[in-house]
Design a protein around this ligand. Structure first.
Ligand code: NAD
Length: 478
C-alpha cells in the first residue's frame, strides 16, 4: 500500500485502510492507496503550518524558492520516463499524452521558478508626509484538491503557483489517479524542499477531501473538479471566510463560420474533443457551424472521427480508455439517450481488437442536430462525444455559445478578423481562441471560468495574485 507524504516523509495512513487503484486499460487492480481521513489531513496541515509563519520555508528568500522550484523542474525531466509510465498506468493515457503531461508539469515548475522573485507590490501617491506601499504576502497554508484527468498538469499549475507565492501546500489528489504526485513529492524532498512545504494526503473526496476543505489551519483552497463538489467546497470555505479558487467543468463551443479555413480547423476541432478521451475540462464538446457550411463541416469532421482508433494506453492510439467503469456507463448513457431521441450519428471511431474487454473504452462519436436544450448540449459528457448544431448568423452563434451554465473556453474559426474579435468579446468564457484552440496547454496563459465553470485564475503570472494577499502599509514620515 502507498503512504501519504507529510513533512518530507512517507507516513502510513492512520486508518490502516486502503483504496484499490485500477488500470483503466484492463480494469485490473494494480496498486493500493492509503485511505486518508481528517486525522491524516490534520497532521499534514500542522506540518505545513510549521513550514510557514517563520518556519524554514517562509525564511527562504524568493530567489532561493525559485532555485528549488527550478531544481524540481529539472528532476521531473530527469525522471520523465518513470513519471510518464505512472501516469499512463494510473489514468490510461496513451504514451504521447502521458509524455506531454510530464513535460508540462516540469514546465509549470520552470515557469513559476522564474516568477518567485518578480511578484512585487507598489508605491501609491498619497497625502504629503505619508509613504504608502503594498506587499504581496503568501496566504500561509494552501489546500489543493486535484481531479484525476490531468493529475500532474493540475498539480503543476496549482501547487507550482502557490509555492512560488511562498505558501506551504497540502494536496489531496483524486482517488483514481495520484501515483505520479506521490513520486513528485519525493523528488521535491530530494531537491531540498524544507520539511512541510509540500504535503500529500491520498484518499476519497468525501473523507480526505472533505477533511481538507473543512480543516482548521488552512488559509486558502484551490479546487479543481466538478461544479457539484465545487459548491460543497465553497460552502465549507464560506463558514470560515476562506478565499477559494474554483476551476470547474465546461461545455466549450467550437464556433465555425462558413469562411473558416477548414484544413486548419478540422484537425484541431477533432483533437479538442478526443484529447484525453474527452475527459478534459476545456474539451471542445459543442460544434456550432454556420448553416451554409454545416453539412460540409460535418462531413470533414466525421471523416476524421470515423478513422479514429481507441485502445490501451501502451498501444498509443488516437484515444485511450476512460478512467473507470461508471464513467464509461455515463458516456454510453448519453449515446443511448441520443439514439432514443433519434439524433443523427454522423461518425464513430472504433475500438482496437487488442483492447481487453475489461478496459473502459468509449467510441469517439459525432452527433448532429442536437437541440440546444438537450442534455447532450447542456451537460458535460466528459467523454469523446461531439454534439453539432447549426447557426444562422453572428448573433445566433453568440446566443448558442452562451446557452449553457458553463463558460470556460471557446474557439472561433473565421477568416474575418473583425468578426473573430466581436465573437471573442461577446462569448462568456475565461479563454477564447481565434483560429486555434488550447495553445498546447499554454502554461503562461491565465485560465479559469465564468458562471458554473468557476472563479479565480490559475496558470500564468495572474495565478500568483490569487495565491497571495495584498497588504497596504502606510508610513507617516512628516
Ligand atoms: P470531482 O469533483 O468528483 O473530484 C475532484 C476532486 O475532488 C477529487 O480529488 C475528489 O476526491 C475530490 N472530492 C470529491 N468530493 C469531495 C468533497 N465532498 N469534499 C472535498 N473533495 C471532494 O471531479 P472529477 O470527476 O475528479 O473531475 C472531473 C471534473 O473536473 C469535470 O467536471 C472537469 O471539467 C473538472 N475539471 C476542471 C478543470 C479546470 O481547470 N477548470 C480541470 C480538470 C477537471
Amino acid at each position: 500500500m502507498t503512504t501519504h507524504f507529510i513533512n518530507n516523509e512517507r507516513v502510513a495512513g492512520s486508518s490502516g485502510e486502503s483504496i484499490p487503484v485500477l488500470d483503466p486499460s484492463d480494469g485490473q487492480v494494480f496498486a493500493h492507496l492509503a485511505r486518508g481521513n481528517a486525522e491524516d489531513i490534520r497532521k499534514a496541515v500542522a506540518a505545513a503550518r510549521e513550514a510557514t509563519d517563520g518556519g524554514a520555508w517562509s525564511r527562504l528568500a524568493p530567489m532561493q524558492r525559485g532555485r528549488l522550484l527550478h531544481k524540481l523542474s529539472e528532476s521531473i525531466l530527469a525522471h520523465h520516463d518513470e513519471l510518464t509510465h505512472l501516469e499512463m498506468r494510473d489514468c490510461g493515457k496513451p504514451v504521447k499524452q502521458a509524455k506531454a503531461d510530464t513535460t508540462a508539469v516540469a514546465r509549470y515548475f520552470e515557469y513559476y521558478a522564474g516568477a518567485c522573485d518578480k511578484l512585487h507590490g507598489d508605491t501609491i501617491p498619497y497625502t504629503p508626509g505619508f509613504a504608502v506601499m503594498t506587499f504581496y504576502e503568501p496566504h500561509g497554508v494552501t489546500g489543493h484538491i486535484i481531479p484525476w484527468n490531468y493529475p500532474m498538469q493540475i498539480f503543476g499549475r496549482s501547487v507550482g503557483g502557490a509555492l512560488a507565492a511562498g505558501n506551504a501546500c497540502v494536496v489531496k489528489p483524486a482517488e483514481d489517479a495520484c501515483l505520479s504526485l506521490l513520486r513528485i513529492a519525493e523528488l521535491a524532498a530530494a531537491c531540498g524542499f524544507p520539511d512541510g512545504a509540500l504535503n500529500i494526503v491520498t484518499g476519497y473526496g468525501h473523507e480526505a477531501g472533505q477533511g481538507l476543505a473543512d480543516a482548521v489551519g488552512i488559509d486558502h483552497i484551490s479546487f479543481t473538479g466538478s461544479a457539484r463538489v465545487g459548491t460543497i467546497i465553497a460552502q465549507s470555505a464560506a463558514t470560515r471566510h476562506l478565499p477559494v479558487t474554483l476551476e470547474l467543468g465546461g461545455k466549450s463551443p467550437q464556433i465555425v463560420f462558413a469562411d473558416a479555413d477548414l484544413d486548419e480547423a478540422v484537425p484541431v476541432i477533432v483533437n479538442a474533443i478526443i484529447q484525453n478521451a474527452g475527459q478534459t475540462c476545456s474539451a471542445g464538446s459543442r460544434l456550432l457551424v454556420e448553416a451554409s457550411a454545416y453539412e460540409r463541416v460535418l462531413e470533414a469532421v466525421g471523416q476524421r472521427i470515423n478513422a479514429l482508433k481507441v485502445g490501451p494506453a501502451a498501444m498509443d492510439l488516437d484515444v485511450g480508455p476512460l478512467i473507470r467503469a461508471n464513467q464509461l456507463e455515463r458516456v454510453n448513457g448519453f449515446l443511448s439517450g441520443a439514439k432514443a431521441a433519434n439524433l443523427r450519428t454522423i461518425a464513430q471511431g472504433s475500438i482496437a481488437t487488442e483492447a481487453p474487454a475489461t478496459g473502459f473504452y468509449a467510441k469517439p462519436t459525432l452527433i448532429a442536430d442536437v437541440p440546444v436544450d438537450a442534455k447532450l448540449a447542456q451537460d458535460e459528457v466528459f467523454g469523446p462525444v461531439l454534439s453539432a448544431m447549426s447557426f444562422k448568423d453572428e448573433a445566433d452563434a453568440v446566443r448558442l455559445a452562451n446557452a449553457t451554465e458553463y463558460g470556460l473556453v471557446a474557439g472561433v474559426w473565421t477568416e474575418n478578423g473583425g468578426r473573430g474579435m466581436r465573437m471573442a468579446r461577446a462569448v462568456k468564457s475565461g479563454q477564447v481562441f481565434i483560429n486555434n484552440y488550447g495553445a498546447g496547454g499554454g502554461v503562461e496563459l491565465p485560465f479559469g471560468g465564468v458562471k458554473s465553470s468557476g472563479y479565480g485564475r490559475e496558470k500564468g503570472f495572474e495565478a500568483l495574485y490569487g495565491f497571495s494577499v495584498l497588504k497596504t502599509v502606510v508610513v507617516k514620515h512628516g
